[in-house]
Design a protein. Sequence first.
Length: 477
Amino acid sequence: MFRRPLYCALLALLPLLAEASGFSRLAELTDQGFLVGAEARLLGSGERLGAIEPERQLSPASVSKVYVAAAALERWGPQHRFTSRLVSTAEPDADGVLAGDLIFDGGGDPALTSEDLWRLVQRLHQAGVRRVEGRLVISQWRYGPVECLTTDRCQAHSRVANAYSALLSSAGVNFGSWCVAVAPAAAAGQPARINSCDSRSPIVEIDNRVETRPDDSGTELNAERVLRDSGDVMVLRGQISTNARPRLVYRASSDPARQTAHTLRSMLEQAGITLGDGVSVVASEPPAEARRLAAVEGKPLQELLLRTLNYSNNFMADVLALNLVETPRASLEQGGTALAAFAAETPGHGPITLRSGSGLTPENRTSAAGVNALLERMYHRPALFPSFVAALQSPGNGVMRFLRRGSPTFQHHVMLKTGTLNQPVAVRAVGGYFRTRSGQWGVFSALVNGTATTPWLNWRQVLDPLAADLETMIDAH
């Protein structure tokens, strides 16, 4: 009398077992206590090749950046460029004197660099300006300073030993980070030679504790940017061999708009343009009567996305998300809300919570099925898809070395974006496209989250089984 119900129960489980079998190796992580959501399916037929709780809401970490890329392409198109301007209510006189403030109007370019500022200054010089009697004003009226939402970014205001937690501003330059070049002195025993990467004279204050050692002694550098009463200071310790090549060191600044002020002032001085009344950073929009003296356009959006996703650049991703907000003084949460609203328009996506575009916020939540729905949406945008997929990495040719694993099938038939978090729990997430042996396109996503009781999670534990599972799917179709 009990056989029929048991038989029916087993029949009901068969579809679930069949779906999970597509991720048979990845599913072993669930036995270790990790939370897993995964799905792979073909785009042409819609056939699902494998799934592990695909609707489960999990942290995607930096896979959040695919939402930024998709939303930005749909809003502006691949060739959009952000513009940075120098404006003033005054006009230069016959002697090149500007009797007023020189205002830098930050245009929210996520990839504004010192080279762009140099071009801007050269155009100002070409416009006839030789002296500014007023202030150099940095206007971050669109957004900035942006309230920090994560521990790393909040701590980065006072001191930081990385570049990934850079603070945010619509008037930021060099991805919100200082750069210094460390070179050996002429002889062992002397302090190393350290300069700013963009100037012969230091733009940021340097506390040099690096010693030059004899040839082939090895180079070991420890760098921290600290905020002191005098401003940002790059503190460098360690050693460098006399025959070593210069090393570049990047650390997030305490205030990206003020970093722009110091960098731009240095560029103006190098171009022979003198300043009068100092530097100011404001959150107000330039006066309506201000006229443009010089402008520079950034790189096309499709190039920005290549850098944002390939290098998983948090500063660029969050700046792009902030640019999506329609009103001035945007917050990081508003940027996340704009991305979530975009995702909600995607057929079959399901619930989503985004508090940032970078994925640094651990509260971000989506599902494997949701990520795949977004990927499918972009696949069906022929004018946008080439720029979107080009921003992803192929494991065999990408810039991230940890991806270079698995068989040639995985390395060359897959394009993906990864995401990593280690606090408050470990997160390893992947999403992207694959091509089968017969040339069919497919989408896949795998979100793996740790818990308070699970052991440490590394990429080998996730990528090795995922690569093997995807290889089986690719070869079978």
